[in-house]
Design a protein around this ligand. Sequence first.
Ligand SMILES: C[S@@+](CC[C@H](N)C(=O)[O-])C[C@H]1O[C@@H](n2cnc3c(N)ncnc32)[C@H](O)[C@@H]1O
Length: 300
Amino acid sequence: MIVPQPFQYQGSKRALAPLILNYLPAKCRRLVDPFAGSAAMTLACAARMRADRYWINDLNKPLAELLNLIINRPEELADAYAQLWKGEAEDALEHFYTLREKFNRTQEPKLFLYLLARCIKGAVRYNSEGMFNQSPDKRRLGTRPETMRQNIMAVSRLLRGRTVVTSHDFRDVLAAAEPEDVIYMDPPYQGTSGERDSRYLAGLSFDDFVVALDCLNARGLRYAVSYDGRTGNKHYGEPLPSYLGLAHVELEAGRSTQSTLLGREEHTVESLYISPALAAEIGVIPPRASRRPVKQPELF
Ligand SMILES: C[S@@+](CC[C@H](N)C(=O)[O-])C[C@H]1O[C@@H](n2cnc3c(N)ncnc32)[C@H](O)[C@@H]1O
């Protein structure tokens, strides 16, 4: 099945989505995607009509606004992209840097689409002031306007009229989630000790995330989380604690290009954690939850 992709995005779940879908209910009332990025899981669900409604959220405001434009004003966005892309005729690199500076000043989502389509590997990067600082790809011209238009229109057809797009912190989204929702979460998971992560506008505290999952469990909500992973014996990210009682499956994400370059045959495996309520529904047996660590009282 071909699922339209509006733009490449760092950490996109596009390739893994068909595997992750095996662990979601065959049909649900609403799919909630609090760390949407390029909304690859939402699109994979929508293409298969797995939910009646969708809630896409990302803390990155221009990104959320861009997703909203794609869904609700696709023609206007496709026209704007074509204009920006054609502006490259004179000096493509100079054009990119001018638009990047303008984006950092204005946070205009139409400019963000151009930068995403045109930057190296479609990989966003931010400096410590939150400024987009990725460079242009010197070997490619970026998605051609006709292809971009087709993709945008296809995404809009899948999601228009059944999708809400917001830009909140994930905790606000989870607080508003309802019992009939299924929540898929793909938070940034590297750099777990700090909150800064140059790959995304905002990083995430591991402890805050665990507390949020604990609250969802107490409410009996159904959710799945993509979290840590490994390539060969090298692990990325901290595993989620066993006291959450989550079922854990490992999904084969393909051969590691980095290892292949180093002459090693290693595969990357990504973890998917499934909440007790969802595991019970789809028939995956979660491990027995271990006891929550008791905080030692401080002596002085
Ligand atoms: C790993 S990416 C998601 C990729 C996505 N699954 C896809 O297929 O494109 C994580 C996303 O979480 C967003 N994010 C980071 N902290 C957040 C927060 N506190 N609340 C909501 N979104 C957040 C980032 O902006 C980033 O787009």
